[in-house]
Design a binder for this molecule. Structure first.
Ligand SMILES: [Zn+2]
Length: 206
């Protein structure tokens, strides 16, 4: 549990805090304190009056009013930090999301994951060679033999469409095919590749 709280706080400070206003921050922390941190459950049923008391007074000491609390709760719900459930005489049910389960945070964490350098088959010279060997120094589009002098690597799914430097996405390619395929998906490039292959065949038969 301590380890959990440590990572909750880290994820909160690193990823969620920049997205929240100070009011939203204190209300979210109040709800988190009384759900996960209190009893490990993601739910809390509480009345707005209790929230207003627990949540404290404004910086100038004025009383926190219900309308204000309601507005902040709505903002937290819009940002995916909480879900507001049913209300009964014991209060309203709030389902509190942990930072890592909030879409805003999950997206940030995913986008910040380092590109696995182990998996960089495009820039790492040794890994490039591994691909050429795997493909037996043959262009994967036209079937021509390539040499260490003119061999290139192509992203099967182009980088512009999210293709990564992974083993699966990197293919041996001759200069001509790479010039044609560059930036295109295979479907987009296929007619041009085919045309070029036919032209090259005709020329070599002359
Ligand atoms: Zn080729």
């Amino acid at each position: 549990m301590e380890e959990d709280i440590k990572s909750i706080i880290e994820q909160f400070v690193d990823y969620l805090l920049p997205e929240l206003t100070p009011y939203e921050t204190s209300l979210y922390l109040y709800l988190l304190r009384n759900s996960f941190i209190k009893n490990g459950a993601g739910e809390i049923r509480v009345g707005k009056r209790t929230i207003a008391i627990g949540y404290g007074k404004g910086s100038r000491g004025e009383k926190t009013n219900y309308a204000h609390v309601s507005k902040i709760l709505r903002m937290l719900e819009e940002k995916g930090c909480i879900k507001v459930g049913d209300a009964n005489r014991d209060g309203t049910l709030y389902i509190v999301s942990l930072p890592k389960d909030i879409l805003l945070v999950a997206e940030k964490i995913a986008s910040l994951l380092p590109q696995d350098t182990e998996e960089d088959y495009f820039n790492d010279p040794e890994k490039r060679r591994e691909i050429f060997e795997r493909d037996k120094w043959i262009c994967q589009y036209c079937g021509e033999k390539v040499s260490p002098e003119n061999a290139t690597l192509d992203h099967f799914i182009p980088q512009s469409k999210g293709g990564k430097h992974t083993k699966e996405n990197i293919r041996t390619c001759c200069l001509i095919c790479n010039g044609i395929k560059s930036g295109k998906t295979y479907e987009e490039a296929a007619p041009f590749l085919l045309k070029s292959i036919q032209e090259r065949k005709t020329r070599s038969h002359k």
